[in-house]
Design a protein around this ligand. Structure first.
Ligand code: AMP
Ligand code: GLY
Length: 430
């Protein structure tokens, strides 16, 4: 069969690597992909937001399955456009993807279905937002979230009134996020540990994938600014069997049932960002896509062929598949360019990718790279996601850092403490 993957980051490289290994796949296309994927398939120069053009392309060469990486095409309605033309697509419909695309929709949905999440209010004017803050009993910190997609920058955890006022100014007065902040969610700040949970849904059933831990802050010990993710590991050591069950029963199943009931059946991957509080797991956010680097962490642990699983998801046959996992742990470390997440240099020569890739258990997925004069060079803030599997967290982390050290480029920086909490948790167990 012919498969098309939409997106261009390390997440899509990981999906391409896994899908390419399927004996069912004869031809792989990636729109637009990146230079690291060139060996896996044909790159097609269409932007992920050009959903009609993508459907035209898929129809013209009779693509059998299209897999969507990023959220933007989903919220633009790519799944609806493909379905209209009878083209098979793995990705949530526009109506279902609203669970990620609108935080107001997600909060109202959770309130209605009693899915545990932080208490909240919705403000659409600066005066309303200030009034909510004034009457809050819990004071600070408080969390302010732009309703729509804001490139990961639309959430502010304000530690005092001054920071909350600044966020209100930015979102509702200066309108820095445009219409994405027409409405702002003001919510209770939860404390605990964050973790993420991935599941597939065919509209009715839920098939859990795995849990992951990601590290969003730039520096070790969670210091520095938030980023698109500096690494992660899987499975999360903070989700035990009981919590897993609570998440399936109290969050995933009612979410999928509620969306079906609302006429927005969810077919695709559902990514739940959680806060594990003393009172149990609470939803911080839903995403309608695989995470990055979580996709990398998931595919390297997966023994089963991914393609039939994706097909079963869209054919509403998830009851017919079971996924086999390797008895393995995975760890991913993102190698970032100097200056990331701010302004960063590009065009710096990268060496050692092949040496790292050749290490046992290591896969190097490209995010921001280009080829210049026959060599890989940096071309983005997040340059590479070095991913490794191992029989234990210690083995996976050792391999991953071996790979991360083997690669060099000017300005390279990465967190040194990815999976440290997993290693510590393991050392307490006898
Ligand atoms: P979100 O995009 O909604 O997941 O928010 C991004 C990040 O903001 C999360 O990963 C958390 O670190 C933080 N955050 C969001 N909501 C809350 C909350 N209610 N309480 C504490 N931290 C939060
Ligand atoms: N790892 C966070 C994300 O994909 O949003």
């Amino acid at each position: 069969m012919k498969v098309l993957i939409v997106g261009s980051g390390a997440r899509e490289h990981a999906l391409a690597w896994k899908i390419r290994s399927s004996p069912l796949v004869k031809e792989l296309y990636i729109a637009p992909g990146n230079v690291g994927m060139a060996r896996l398939g044909h790159r097609v120069p269409i932007d992920p937001s050009s959903i009609v053009e993508l459907a035209d392309f898929a129809a013209s060469i009779k693509i059998d399955l299209t897999v969507i990486g990023p959220e933007l095409p989903l919220t633009l309605g790519i799944a609806d456009e493909f379905q209209k033309r009878d083209l098979a697509i793995f990705g949530a419909s526009k109506a279902a993807a609203e669970i990620e695309g609108s935080k107001v929709f997600a909060k109202e949905f959770m309130a209605k279905h009693k899915i545990p999440t932080a208490d909240y209010e919705v403000a659409s004017t600066p005066a309303q937002a200030r009034a909510f803050l004034k009457k809050r009993k819990d004071g600070y910190p408080v969390v302010l979230k732009a309703d729509g997609l804001a490139g990961g920058k639309g959430v502010v955890v304000a530690k005092d009134k001054k920071e909350a006022d600044q966020a209100i100014e930015a979102m509702l007065v200066e309108r820095r996020f445009g219409s994405a902040a027409d409405r702002v969610v003001i919510e209770e700040c939860l404390s605990g540990r964050e973790a993420s949970f991935f599941a597939l849904s065919d509209g009715q059933r839920v098939l859990p994938l795995v849990t992951c831990q990601d590290y969003k802050r730039l520096q070790d010990a969670d210091a520095g600014p938030n980023t698109g993710g500096m690494g992660g590991y899987s499975p999360s050591v903070h989700i035990d069997a009981e919590t897993f069950k609570d998440i399936m029963e109290g969050i995933l199943k009612p979410t999928v049932a509620g969306l079906a009931e609302a006429g927005r059946p969810y077919r695709g991957v559902l990514y739940v960002g959680l806060m594990l509080t003393d009172d149990g797991p609470r939803v911080l956010e839903f995403n309608a896509r695989f995470g990055d680097p979580e996709a990398e962490l998931i595919v390297v642990r997966m023994k089963s062929d991914l393609v039939p699983v994706l097909q079963a998801t869209l054919a509403e046959r998830l009851d017919e598949v079971a996924i086999e996992w390797l008895k393995a742990r995975s760890v991913a470390v993102v190698l970032a360019a100097g200056g990331y997440p701010g302004e960063h240099a590009s065009g710096n020569k990268i060496s050692g990718i092949e040496a790292a890739d050749a290490l046992e258990g290591v896969q190097v997925f490209h995010a921001g790279t280009q080829v210049k004069e026959g060599a890989f060079v940096t071309a983005g803030g997040r340059v590479l996601a070095v991913t490794a599997v191992g029989g234990s967290f210690a083995e996976a982390a050792g391999r991953c850092y071996g790979g991360a050290e083997a690669i060099t480029f000017e300005g390279k920086h990465f967190r040194k403490d990815i999976a440290r909490d997993a290693l510590e948790a393991m050392s307490h167990k006898v």
